[in-house]
Design a protein around this ligand. Structure first.
Ligand SMILES: Cc1cc2nc3c(=O)[nH]c(=O)nc-3n(C[C@H](O)[C@H](O)[C@H](O)COP(=O)(O)O)c2cc1C
Ligand SMILES: [Fe+2]
Ligand SMILES: [Fe+2]
Length: 406
């Protein structure tokens, strides 16, 4: 569905597009319900500023949207570049051609990327420092550096008179905008789930920077939060801010356990069922992911809420079961173990690979609880004892709350 441009405040318009064609965002993350590239136009008395643009594929649709809001493109003097990932600025080099008076407003780091990667000539770049303002005539834009959310050049833009924060990827969500563009027009249960998945796929490595940015934004009244993906928060902007705080603090629920497993012939799966049932009986909340069928995007998303991840997998050709190793390497890349515990059960026939798993998980930031279980897939008495001991220490760690993850 194609929504029309519409005002989000006086003389401020949503001019974004829906992308329902892309199957994998960044060629990695599934988009079963599409994604929106939100862009905005702020119309001042003297000049017009555009806030970000869109993916290259939607250049003409975007120009059409702008045309509905502004007749004379010469009035556009600024195109704000909050973040240079091509989902927001793939279209920008072509937009510069049809808006000859416009300059790209960017951070110092952004200007380097614009020159080197986008090859934008320096006379089309307008560098702003942290806290700088631009007056469009009755509309004042303030630029706030928020580095590493999730690239080094990222900033957010605050429209002072209307108290609108254009936050780009921060507070964004997967899912194209079908029923409306505002939080009070759409099913927020869906979008909050998709915002958490987006956070866990895109932003989670930079949780410290998220917390720093939230601290920096504390003194700013945000009447409307207008991110570059998903719904605009006008009825309850605080909700997404609080959720981000929780997700970024790894203030995960202490009683939530995620069991991530792989099993070729189902024997390891029986161990998973046994562990899940016992932990469940202890009052812990359990979610399960089979690495052979769950996309890592959803595993990451569920991990955001969990305090403990239990990994159960077989050895395979002297290594970790391949899809499990992929997941563990992704967790390492994203540093998702910080603030969380991990437990390991490796089933094997002639050679354990638990050591390799512990090393990967430790590098991912997890605190690995003892004992690390190495067992035959149909455990003998000794194997069963180790599994029982592991269940006890998982319960102990989560319930007593004395042990702290890194
Ligand atoms: C293709 C293949 C490769 C395997 N490689 C190893 C290995 O390198 N070391 C080992 O101890 N067991 C190896 N095994 C045996 C399994 O790891 C073992 O039987 C495991 O416990 C099976 O668990 P499951 O029933 O949950 O699939 C391999 C099995 C298969 C099918
Ligand atoms: Fe991005
Ligand atoms: Fe983005």
């Amino acid at each position: 569905m194609s929504l029309k441009p519409q005002p989000i405040a006086g003389d401020v318009y949503w001019v974004g597009v829906n992308d329902d064609a892309k199957e994998l965002f960044e060629s990695l993350w599934p988009l079963p319900f599409g994604i929106s590239y939100n862009a905005y136009a702020v119309v001042g008395r003297d000049t017009v500023a555009l806030i970000d643009t869109v993916d290259k594929r939607y250049t003409y649709e975007y120009i059409g949207r702008i045309r509905e809001v502004i007749e004379d493109f010469d009035r556009v003097r600024y195109i704000v570049v909050n973040h240079l990932e091509p989902d927001h600025h793939g279209a920008t080099p072509d937009i510069l051609k049809v808006m000859p008076k416009a300059k790209l407003v960017t951070s110092v780091m952004g200007s380097r990327i614009l020159s080197s990667v986008y090859r934008v000539p320096s006379d089309r770049i307008f560098i702003v420092k942290d806290g700088d303002r631009i007056d469009l005539g009755g509309k004042t834009l303030r630029f706030i550096y928020t580095p590493w959310l999730h690239w080094p050049e990222t900033m957010v833009t605050y429209l002072e008179e209307d108290r609108v924060l254009f936050s780009c990827d921060v507070f964004g969500s997967y899912g194209s905008l079908q029923d409306g563009i505002f939080d009070d027009e759409v099913d927020m249960n869906f979008y909050i789930d998709e915002a958490r998945r987006y956070f866990s796929n895109i932003v989670i490595k930079y949780t410290r920077n998220v917390l720093e940015a939230l601290e920096k934004l504390k003194g700013i009244e945000m009447r409307i939060i207008a991110p570059s993906h998903g719904p605009i928060y006008r009825s309850n902007p605080n909700r997404i801010v609080e959720l981000y705080k929780r997700w970024a603090q790894s203030a995960s629920e202490r009683d939530r356990v995620l069991i991530i497993y792989g099993s070729m012939y189902g024997r390891g799966e029986s161990i998973v069922e046994y562990i899940a049932e016992k932990l469940n009986r202890e009052g812990l909340k359990i979610s399960l992911h089979d690495v052979s069928t769950s996309h890592p995007s959803y595993i990451l998303s569920d991990l955001v809420e969990a305090c403990m991840a239990v990994f159960v997998y077989p050895s395979y050709d002297a290594g970790i079961f391949p899809y499990m190793e992929d997941v563990m390497r992704l967790l390492q890349l994203k540093q998702v173990g910080r603030g969380r515990f991990a437990a390991v059960v490796n089933t094997y026939a002639w050679g354990s690979t638990a050591k390799q798993a512990v090393e990967l998980l430790t590098k991912a930031g997890f605190k690995v609880v003892e004992p690390v279980v190495e067992t035959k897939a149909v455990p003998d008495e000794e194997g069963l004892k180790k599994i029982e001991a592991l269940i006890n220490s998982v319960v102990d760690v989560l319930k007593t709350g004395t042990a702290q993850p890194q």
